[in-house]
Design a protein around this ligand. Structure first.
Ligand code: COA
Length: 323
C-alpha cells in the first residue's frame, strides 16, 4: 500500500485587482456592506486569459519550484467549473502548455469543492500504484459567468488558479477525506445553462450563462454540512481538533468560517483566511490559500491540516493532510 504526499504548491492570479470601491460605481453596494457580510475587500479579474491559461501558469509555478521535468508528470487533474471549452478539457490544454507529454489529463467538476475532490481522486490513483505522481490544479475564470449588474453575486467571486504536485510516499500525506453531494439542492447555486434544442426537436433555443444563487440557502447548507463532515472525518480517523495545526477553509465568506470555527471548537486564529484579497475563487480557493501558507513557511513537515469546503452541486469536502 502506498501513500501520497504534497511536495510542492504553486499559484497564479490575474494582475487586475477590482476593489469594493470600484464595484460601488457599478451596482448599488458599498465597501462596508461587502466587508461586513463577506470579509471580501478585493478580487482578481481576468483581463482576457481563460481558465486553462491560468491553470497552466499555476502549473508552471509548481514545476519551477519543484524543479520538475514535465515529461515525468504522470497525471494531471484540473478541477474547474468554468472551462473555456467542452473539449479539449482544461487539463488536456495544461498538458500541452507545459509539455507533460506522458501525462493522462482530465477535468473534475465539483465547483468550490473541486480541488479536494480532485486531490482525493489523484490520491486513489497513487495509492493503488497506477501512477507515481500527479499535478492537481484548481482553476476558475468566474468573471465570465458573473452578472456584473447583480449586486447579490458580483461582489463575491474572483478569478485564479493554484495547485499541488503530489507524489508516492512511504509516509501518510493525504490521510483521509469526507466528501459528499446533495444534488437535490443543486439549483441553490447554478449557472451556465443551455436548453437541449436541436434540429430534431422544438425545444426553445435558450442559454443563460450567469451564476444565480440563493445566498441564504447556501449559507445554511455550508454552516451545517461543513462542521458535520469535518467532525465525522476527525472521529473516523481518531484525530482530535488539538492535532490540527491549521484549517484551510474554502474562502467564500468570513461569517461562514466563524460559524464553522465555533461549531468545531477550533479558534479562528487556526483558520487561514485570504478571502479579503481574492474573494471566492471556487476550485482555486483552497489551493491558493495552501500555496500562501507554504510560501510563508507557516507549515513544516509533519504538521496536520484540515481542508474544509463546500460549493455548487451542492457539494462538501473535508480532508486531513500531513505536510
Ligand atoms: N450590497 C448591498 N446590499 C446587498 C448586496 C450588496 N452587494 N447584496 C444583497 N444586498 C441586500 C439584499 O438585496 C437585501 O436587501 P433587501 O432586504 O432589501 O431585500 C439585504 O442586502 C440583505 O440581504 P441578505 O440576503 O439577507 O444578506 P445576507 O446577510 O444573507 O448576506 C450573502 C448575503 C450572499 C453575503 C450571504 O447569504 C452568503 O454569504 N451566502 C453564501 C454565499 C456563498 O458563499 N456562495 C458561494 C458558495 S461556494
Amino acid at each position: 500500500m502506498y501513500f501520497s504526499k504534497i511536495k510542492y504548491t504553486g499559484a497564479y492570479v490575474p494582475e487586475r485587482i477590482v476593489t469594493n470601491d470600484e464595484l460601488e460605481k457599478m451596482v448599488d453596494t458599498d465597501d462596508e456592506w461587502i466587508r461586513s457580510r463577506t470579509g471580501i475587500g478585493e478580487r482578481r479579474v481576468s483581463m482576457g486569459e481563460n481558465t486553462s491559461e491560468l491553470a497552466a501558469k499555476s502549473a508552471q509555478d509548481i514545476i519551477r519550484k519543484g524543479n520538475i521535468s514535465p515529461e515525468d508528470i504522470e497525471l494531471i487533474i484540473v478541477a474547474t467549473a468554468t472551462p473555456e471549452r467542452i473539449t479539449p478539457s482544461a487539463a488536456c490544454m495544461v498538458q500541452a502548455a507545459i509539455g507533460a507529454s506522458r501525462a493522462v489529463a482530465f477535468d473534475i467538476s465539483a465547483a468550490c469543492s473541486g480541488f479536494v475532490f480532485a486531490l482525493s481522486a489523484a490520491d486513489k490513483f497513487i495509492r493503488t500504484g497506477a501512477y507515481k505522481n500527479a499535478l492537481v490544479i484548481g482553476a476558475e475564470v468566474l468573471s465570465k459567468y458573473v452578472d456584473w449588474t447583480d449586486r447579490t453575486t458580483c461582489v463575491l467571486f474572483g478569478d485564479g488558479a493554484a495547485g499541488a504536485y503530489i507524489e508516492r510516499s512511504d509516509k501518510p500525506g493525504i490521510i483521509a477525506e469526507d466528501i459528499g453531494c446533495d444534488g437535490s439542492k443543486g439549483m441553490c447555486l447554478n449557472g451556465g445553462y443551455n436548453t437541449a434544442a436541436n434540429a430534431f426537436n422544438d425545444a426553445e433555443q435558450y442559454s443563460d450563462r450567469f451564476i444565480h444563487m440563493d445566498g441564504k440557502a447556501v449559507f445554511d447548507f455550508a454552516t451545517r454540512k461543513v462542521p458535520e463532515s469535518a467532525k465525522r472525518l476527525l472521529e473516523e480517523n481518531g484525530v482530535s481538533t488539538d492535532d490540527i495545526k491549521y484549517v484551510v477553509p474554502h474562502q467564500a465568506n468570513e461569517r461562514i468560517v466563524k460559524i464553522i470555527s465555533r461549531k468545531l471548537k477550533i479558534p479562528m486564529d487556526r483558520f487561514y483566511l485570504n478571502m479579503f484579497r481574492y474573494g471566492n475563487t471556487s476550485a482555486a480557493s483552497i489551493p491558493i490559500a495552501l500555496n500562501e501558507m507554504f510560501e510563508k513557511n507557516m507549515v513544516a513537515e509533519g504538521d496536520r491540516l484540515l481542508l474544509a469546503g463546500f460549493g455548487g452541486g451542492l457539494t462538501w469536502c473535508s480532508m486531513l493532510i500531513d505536510v
